[in-house]
Design a protein around this ligand. Structure first.
Ligand code: NDP
Length: 331
């Protein structure tokens, strides 16, 4: 059943302004689940969307292996395959997909302008920001050496592969606490590697962690290396770094999870679009609308809480519908 009724906005080719700048109805930035879903809905509503992929075509899911929690794939699907399905579906309805990174935004007028890394400027009646977020890593060499071989920044995506095994989660915030408790339900033992002697997580999350018998907090520990032959077999930690009691500790683990925060990719838009103190774009609750009329945000760039492919896709759909209604009201 098609719940989305294409309304009467004609499907014209992109126009050019007198200045030579290309002018489009709907410009989507980002090619994760939010961006491609917005494109599918916008294309089917005759908004002739132009989508710029960003640096990592397909978004964060292309760095994960198996995706078992995306509905519609009872046997699971690999992250890259899933994103290829998204891309093909967006393409089938005529989305103009282009490689490029937005480097400058100007949302000061009634027509919005974005400049891309090749220098091209595109003017648009509506912009959907779906640039996602980037997981933070510690910056140690071992993270790249063991990428896809025991290092992950998403317990919900990859935790299942560590059933019955021992893992470490780095971080002491709400994400780390949530991921540690999630992993504790699957794994034999979860070490939380916390650099200070306190957790940053909320009281409720702290209590949950402390009450979980198979989570052990390694206070004042910092990971400096990983070891193992064909994958992670252990982590090297410094305890009480920089004090007389400093000590090197080796802990046997099979999986190493980073949970030290995400950086929303909103920097280019921050002069115009309101963000919270962590840089997440603020949308009007229950909508994808930002503070700028005609500019919408979807997916992880505006979601510090759920951050799932399915919620990102849902919000991409909302953004396309909001963009379409905005254009109808403006006519
Ligand atoms: P936070 O910034 O809150 O926490 C990051 C954690 O990682 C901190 O404990 C920090 O340590 C640690 N850390 C950062 N850098 C390093 C490093 N280089 N080495 C070791 N440890 C490091 O990020 P979160 O992702 O946890 O949360 C982001 C926001 O999202 C928060 O506002 C949070 O409340 C919210 N959130 C809400 C959830 C919910 O409501 N269910 C779930 C998840 C997140 P230190 O404390 O020493 O700085």
């Amino acid at each position: 059943m098609d719940l989305f009724n294409p309304l009467d906005i004609s499907n014209e080719e992109p126009k050019t302004e007198a200045s030579g700048t290309e002018k489009v109805k709907c410009l989507i930035v980002g090619s994760g689940p939010a961006g491609y879903t917005a494109a599918i809905y916008a294309a089917r509503a005759n908004l002739s969307p132009v989508l710029y992929t960003g640096l990592q075509m397909g978004g964060q899911l292309t760095t994960t292996t198996e995706v078992d929690n995306y509905p519609g794939f009872p046997e699971g699907v690999s992250g890259p395959d899933l994103m290829e399905h998204f891309r093909k579906q967006a393409s089938r309805f005529g989305t103009d997909i282009r490689f490029g990174i937005a480097v400058k935004a100007d949302f000061s007028g009634s027509v919005h302008r974005l400049t891309f890394d090749d220098g091209k400027e595109v003017a648009a009646d509506t912009v959907i920001i779906a640039t996602g977020a980037t997981a933070r890593y510690l910056g140690i060499d071992a993270e790249t050496r063991y990428a896809g071989m025991g290092v992950s920044a998403c317990a919900t995506c990859d935790g299942f592969f560590y059933r019955g095994k021992d893992v470490a989660v780095v971080g002491g915030g709400d994400t780390a606490a949530e991921e540690a408790t999630y992993l504790a339900g699957l794994c034999n033992k979860v070490y939380m590697v916390v650099r200070r002697n306190v957790l940053r997580a909320s009281k409720a999350m702290q209590e949950r962690v402390l009450k979980t018998s198979n989570i052990e907090i390694l206070w004042e520990h910092q990971a400096i290396d990983l070891y193992g032959e064909n994958g992670v077999e252990g982590v090297v930690l410094v305890k009480k770094k920089g004090t007389p009691a400093e000590e090197i500790v080796r802990v046997k683990i099979d999986g190493f999870f980073l949970a030290i925060g995400h950086t929303p990719n909103s920097e280019v838009f921050r002069d115009f679009v309101t963000t919270n103190e962590n840089g997440y774009i603020i949308t009007i609750p229950g909508t994808s609308k930002t503070n700028v009329p005609g500019v919408f945000a979807a997916g992880d760039v505006q979601d510090p809480v759920y951050r799932q492919a399915i919620t990102a896709a849902g919000s991409g759909c909302m953004a396309a519908i909001d963009a379409e209604r905005y254009l109808i009201e403006k006519q």
